[in-house]
Design a protein. Structure first.
Length: 328
């Protein structure tokens, strides 16, 4: 799992620019899938036809980033966020654009601390507008942060771990379940950061009997952490509620029973301000049975995060066993 996480986190894929990582993910399941394709919104979808009810596993593959909205006469770029990035966490950091251009996020002179993105500009080393336009353009997207590093105690730190960890879990779960001959689809969803935009379309097309979404959730075991009772290294979490969904009790019971049978300690996620693909999937067609299994991270939704590999492995085991145990 670690190798896949590091590889996937290395892909530059802000919302709306997921094509490269989508190809990597579909290549990784091609040998076991009966069907693979990318839909009109950029979701990467693979299906294995088999026994039992049709279960859809989903994980968003995009990450928060920035988009160029202006290039001035001196060659500096202005950007807006695509996703949940704030100006303060973006300032003074390196930005890597999808075309390979690299720049430094700078703060206007006279400003003590950035509160808005219009206080920031990006220096790509260009001397004037014409040079800058040879390396950047309006609408070009980029990401903030560096590569993934293991910091000790089985924990990884780096860019895009939310939600490339979820993609790695979903990828391996699909492979395990497909090899067992079950009817399963995996959807690596696009455009989650701007508001879970693409998951609903994929669920409409697949119309599964059950959908399980894998995503990050904020652990609160940090100074000033929110009272979520979630801890890094304490196991996967079942999404009871977020801003877009309330979990079906039948799925909650299924996951609880499965965790108990596996000897996995289950945490519970109640995140009133958070959103995931789960709510969008639930509202598809006449309603789809959908729930989320989450892995705790430090700084969910930010450019960079920390994750515990023990939580990752437990989340994978719980997901695979829950799908196996599900009966329509």
């Amino acid at each position: 799992m670690k190798e896949w996480i590091v590889r996937l986190a290395g892909e530059i894929a802000p919302s709306g620019s997921e094509g490269r990582i989508a190809s990597v993910l579909l290549d990784a399941v091609q040998d076991l899938a009966d069907e693979t394709h990318m839909d009109a919104l950029g979701n990467a979808i693979a299906t294995k036809h088999g026994d039992g009810p049709h279960v859809m596993i989903a994980a968003h593959m995009d990450e928060p980033g920035v988009m160029v909205i202006d290039i001035d006469d001196n060659g500096y770029l202005r950007v807006i966020p695509t996703g949940g990035l704030t100006a303060s966490e973006t300032a003074f950091r390196q930005v890597t654009f999808t075309n390979g251009t690299i720049g430094l996020v700078c703060l206007e002179d006279g400003e003590k601390r950035p509160e808005q993105f219009d206080q920031l500009y990006i220096d790509i080393g260009a001397k004037h507008r014409q040079e800058a336009e040879s390396r950047a353009f309006i609408g070009l997207s980029g990401v903030i942060g560096g590569s993934v590093t293991e910091v000790g105690n089985g924990r990884l730190l780096g860019r895009a771990l939310d939600n490339r960890v979820g993609c790695a879990i979903a990828l391996q779960a699909f492979r395990d379940l497909a090899q067992r001959g079950l009817h399963v689809s995996v959807v690596f969803t696009a455009q989650n950061a701007p508001g879970a935009r693409a998951a609903q379309a994929a669920a409409f097309a697949l119309e599964p009997d059950l959908a399980i979404v894998v995503d990050a959730t904020p652990a609160s075991d940090v100074p000033g952490g929110k009272r979520t009772a979630l801890q890094l290294g304490a196991g996967p979490a079942f999404k009871v509620m977020d801003a877009g969904t309330v979990a079906p009790l039948a799925v909650k019971q299924l996951v609880e029973d499965t965790a108990h049978a596996l000897g996995i300690t289950l945490q519970y996620e109640v995140w009133p301000s958070g959103r995931s693909d789960t709510g969008a999937i639930q509202l598809t067609r006449a309603g789809i049975l959908a729930a989320g299994i989450s892995y705790p991270v430090h700084t969910a939704g930010a450019a960079e995060a920390m994750v515990d590999l023990a939580d990752v492995e437990a989340t994978l085991r719980l997901l695979v066993a829950s799908v196996q145990a599900y009966r329509k």
